[in-house]
Design a protein around this ligand. Structure first.
Ligand code: SF4
Length: 262
């Protein structure tokens, strides 16, 4: 199943036709496209044409902001890692693109067994382009090390790929607009477990309004993938509330238990 997600993305017969406005996007992404020729259809070897081009499909997306802004959720759900990263880097789907310094795609091992999901980039993340940096990031690294995981061995991402101004909470419409990217990351990664850090991440992923204190401490399920998910406190909260670290440790032990399962 994992291998299937990592093969070059293809759309199946009937999804697009020659007259479809999405055709340029699909071709630039290196997605094989079915074209109608009378009653019959043939596969256009887009991958072969892209291979002859100096720029790969991801670079084409990165060089054409309109490409990423215009692609549909269905196409995002077919992208490989490189094309997905390029699509995020040029996304203008919600208003946050206007104030960001750069997008924050996520970082780590694309074969990771653990996916860590936070809320949104802060000022440091916006500047550096990586999630969970600064003091909160250092604490996250220490938390991971405590259960035998190097930061480089997991994948770390946020619900939002762009920083909300003033570090305000994400708006629902922003999370909705951006979730297609996280959804694709989850589908590509197929992790063994997910760790949701903080209220925003936990409530969004679980479609719940319960506080972190009610969601943590037990195994939850991330649908529609059916993945085991553990909720814990955001490291930034733990820096402000050290007394919660003992409960966070219990959550980490639960993550370790999930990762040790066959
Ligand atoms: Fe696009 Fe997400 Fe950034 Fe909004 S937050 S512009 S949807 S990448």
């Amino acid at each position: 199943m994992r291998a299937m997600y990592r093969t070059t993305a293809k759309l199946r017969s009937g999804l697009v036709t020659m007259g479809d406005l999405r055709l340029p996007y699909l071709e630039a992404l290196g997605i094989d496209v079915w074209r109608e020729r009378g009653a019959a259809a043939e596969t256009i070897p887009v991958a072969a044409r892209v291979a002859r081009d100096d720029r790969g499909p991801a670079a084409k997306v990165a060089h054409d902001p309109g490409l990423a802004a215009g692609i549909s959720d269905e196409i995002v759900a077919t992208l490989d890692w490189d094309a997905l990263r390029a699509a995020v880097s040029t996304c203008t789907r919600c208003s946050l693109h206007a104030s960001r310094k750069q997008t924050v795609f996520g970082v780590g091992d694309i074969n990771a067994r653990l996916l860590v999901v936070g809320e949104a980039p802060g000022a440091d993340e916006d500047r550096i382009g990586e999630p969970f940096v600064g003091r909160a990031g250092q604490l996250l690294n220490a938390m991971l090390r405590a259960i035998g995981l190097a930061r480089e061995s997991v994948f770390i991402a946020n619900i939002l790929k762009c920083r909300p101004p003033g570090n305000r909470d994400p708006k629902t419409e922003e999370s909705q607009a951006c979730s297609r990217f996280l959804n694709r990351q989850i589908a590509l990664l197929q992790p063994q477990a997910v760790l949701a850090l903080g209220r925003i991440s936990a409530q969004w992923l679980l479609r719940s309004e319960l506080p972190v204190g009610r969601l943590r401490g037990q195994m939850q399920t991330l649908d529609p993938w059916g993945l085991p998910l553990v909720v814990s406190y955001h490291p930034a909260y733990l820096l402000r509330s050290p007394a919660a670290k003992a409960r966070a440790w219990q959550d980490l032990l639960l993550v370790r238990e999930l990762l040790n399962r066959d």
